[in-house]
Design a protein around this ligand. Structure first.
Ligand code: IVH
Length: 682
């Protein structure tokens, strides 16, 4: 046994060292966290079992990575510790931590429950902010915990980080510790742009944050917008500390530091488990990645009593959630044809539990992305699934390619087909476009299905109960070919479909009938004209008032509409010039009771004639809710800021729109001020 352990230790340490180097120094990880954790635990277990085999340079002896030469080293006044991970999943993790704390603090059964501060475990990069007399003088990464890197200039580009504390009586020295992170939206936006421009996308938001903070050029850092949440302290001088951790965070928030609102103070182990559940439910809906929650004994005197083991405080623990990245194998590569004919390659995967669900498919985006990652059938890949975003293949683990040393590879590089897999029509990739498209238009059954699914979707005609599966059947059975056919469906025709009881058939017919009265804006959006999104559809409906007027408009007339430029105008003209589209529109006109001009004429209201732009996360209203309120008051909710914008409504993590508004001298409102403005309506 010992000889086996000995043989395993060396490659294991090399694997972990290599993973550390790629992660911390190169910002190009090749192993998912979960796999890294497993290897690390395996090594820890082996070294615990055979202490005589321990080595002074084993990766278990050091936490974190080394500093890059390029940034000046910063010696931390108080070491930046790491935090122990509770290995029990589910409730046992929370209960176990509480039990341990009670034991360490010699609490009897009759003693009151221990009070804990619960927080999210942000998945970014730990940063120490040093304020002297209220002014930010230095920001540093954690590095190896003792010495980090001076990243002040880059951290200054994070808008969430105050450069000066909001107080007239700041402590002489205040070090704030927290996490720099990238929101999922910023990550998606950055990657969409990179894919469009043929650049290299980021692997995940955490990597985006780490890579961004460690850019030598602060301008590049600013291009990848980051955010920050405070969760603790380093050195302090000239401040009488409050008695609890939660009170410290309250004070930090009062001084203008961003502190996440999902934190809670609870009593006892069962309440920790409740918190873990509550956040698990919310995890997908958060604006950023978390990999778990953190429990901290709230009273500082108890924290002092508990002290530290090695480099970890005894009074805190991380309780993780299922990983958002995992390893699995690509069993096949299929191609999906979308509404606009775009071919999307999709990896069919050996089922894997990732981000809390079992994933069997992951997008490969397009041909360029497949080539960049060189994904082939049989490859072991890292799959990422976070939030509501569709799962994607992040990268290949090249060492695990089957028989990679063969001269002839077992599976050749993947190439998209040149004929549409659904209808056989030629596939064309236009110069400068990332997507290859089927050239068959709505004659292609796949495009037809996707067009119908879009037509019926919630933000378009909102036909309840008409989902993907049903559309598929309707098209395959020849019952429906165009949206107009939906309005001719009868209960008798539906009766023959799978899983279609009489009641659901009646409901569907009713839902279709109800959609006849949708306003022109929804109708325009539902038609699926390229480059005509929801907002453009609203603008067009408002401007022209009727479909006839819109269809009669030439380019000059179209570009009169706000936010409509030559590209959108060309899409509209091409769509209406197509005889097939005209035929469908005429058929819909005959089938629908829908009237022209029901296009939500500008209502008289306090915001009539006003254009407002929303940016950042508002404290209570969702983006959709705020938009609906503005529109209900007769205003227009625009997607960008221009000279025509009357107000900008800004929330947390507001980005470049806010900057632009300031530059243009536009009035900026917070949520409370918006609600105040709306109240004026009555
Ligand atoms: S407390 C002394 N709280 O997790 C305890 N850490 O190993 C210091 N992290 O890289 C950590 N969210 O950057 C704490 N709410 C939170 C956290 C958090 C994320 C990170 C931290 C560090 C790791 C802890």
């Amino acid at each position: 046994m010992k000889r086996e352990a000995e043989a395993r230790l060396h490659p294991l340490r090399r694997l972990i060292d290599d993973a550390n180097h790629r992660y911390y120094v190169l910002d190009a990880p090749t192993l998912p966290d979960a796999e890294y954790d497993r290897l690390f635990r395996e090594l820890q277990a082996l070294e615990a079992e055979y202490p005589e085999l321990a080595a002074p340079d084993s990766p278990t002896r050091r936490v974190g990575g080394q500093a890059l030469d390029a940034f000046a080293p910063v010696r931390h006044a108080v070491p930046m510790l790491s935090i122990r991970t509770e290995t029990h999943f589910e409730d046992a993790g929370a209960l176990n931590f509480d039990l341990r704390m009670r034991k360490e603090l010699a609490q009897g059964a009759d003693d009151p429950p221990i009070e804990y501060a619960c927080e999210l475990k942000f998945d970014g990069l730990a940063i120490n902010l040093r304020y002297e007399h209220g002014v930010l003088v230095q920001a540093a990464t954690r590095g190896d915990g003792e010495t980090g890197e001076d990243v002040t200039r880059n951290v200054c580009t994070i808008r969430a980080v105050p450069l000066r504390l909001a107080t007239d009586a700041p402590p002489a020295i205040l070090e704030v510790r927290g996490e720099a992170y990238m929101t999922r939206a910023a990550f998606e936006r950055y990657n969409a742009r990179q894919r469009e421009q043929g650049g290299t996308p980021l692997v995940n938001p955490r990597n985006g944050a780490a890579g961004s903070i460690r850019q030598l050029d602060p301008a590049l850092c600013a291009r990848r917008p980051l955010s920050f949440y405070a969760y603790g302290l380093g050195e302090t001088q000239g401040w009488a500390l409050p008695a609890t951790h939660s009170a410290i965070l309250d004070q930090l928030a009062a001084w203008g530091l961003p502190v996440n609102a999902e934190r809670a103070v609870v009593q006892g182990g069962a309440a920790l488990a409740d918190y873990h559940h509550r956040i698990a439910e919310k995890r997908d809906g958060l604006a950023f990645d978390i990999d778990g929650v953190v429990y901290k004994v709230n009273r500082l005197d108890l924290q002092r009593q508990l002290g530290f083991v090695a480099r970890e405080p005894r009074w805190a623990v991380a309780h993780k959630y299922p990983a958002q990245e995992e390893l699995t194998v690509v069993e096949a590569i299929a191609v999906q044809v979308g509404r606009t004919g775009a071919l999307t390659p999709v990896a069919r995967l050996k089922p894997v539990f990732v981000g809390g669900v079992t994933v069997t498919n992951a997008t490969l985006h397009n041909q360029d992305e497949i080539e960049r990652k060189d994904v082939r059938v049989g490859d072991t890949v890292i799959v990422r699934r976070a939030g509501d975003v569709i799962p994607e293949v992040v990268s290949v683990v090249p060492e695990r390619r089957p028989m990679k040393d063969l001269v002839e590879p077992l599976h050749p590089p993947y190439v998209l087909p040149t004929a549409c897999p659904e209808c056989g029509a030629p596939v064309l990739r236009l110069e400068g476009e990332a997507a290859a498209r089927c050239t068959n238009g709505l004659a292609c059954p796949a495009q037809r299905k996707q067009a119908l699914i879009h037509f019926a979707s919630r933000r378009a005609m909102d036909i309840e109960g008409l989902g993907d599966k049903l559309v598929e059947q309707l098209v395959d059975k020849g019952l429906v070919a165009t949206p107009a056919d939906l309005y001719a469906l009868t209960q008798a025709a539906l009766a023959g479909l799978e899983r279609m009881a009489e009641k659901s058939a009646a409901n569907l017919i009713a839902a279709i009938a109800a959609s006849r009265a949708r306003p022109l804006a929804r109708y325009l959006f539902a038609l699926g004209i390229r480059n005509v999104g929801e907002q453009t559809a609203k603008d067009l409906a408002r401007h022209f008032g009727s479909l006839d007027a819109l269809m009669a408009a030439d380019e000059a007339a179209l570009i009169q509409v706000e936010d409509v430029g030559p590209v959108v105008a060309a899409s509209l003209l091409a769509f209406f010039a197509e005889p097939h589209n005209r035929a469908v529109i005429e058929a819909l006109r005959a089938a629908c009771a829908w009237e022209d001009g029901v296009a939500a004429p500008r209502r008289a209201g306090v915001l009539a004639g006003r254009t407002l732009a929303l940016t950042g996360a508002l404290p209570t209203l969702s983006r959709d809710q705020a938009k609906a309120l503005i529109e209900a008051a007769g205003g227009k909710a625009a997607s960008s800021v221009s000279k025509k914008t009357d107000y900008v409504v800004a929330g947390a993590d507001a980005g470049t729109k806010l900057e632009k508004a300031r530059a243009l001298g536009i009035t900026i409102l917070d949520e409370a001020e918006l609600l105040q403005l709306l109240k004026g309506e009555s």
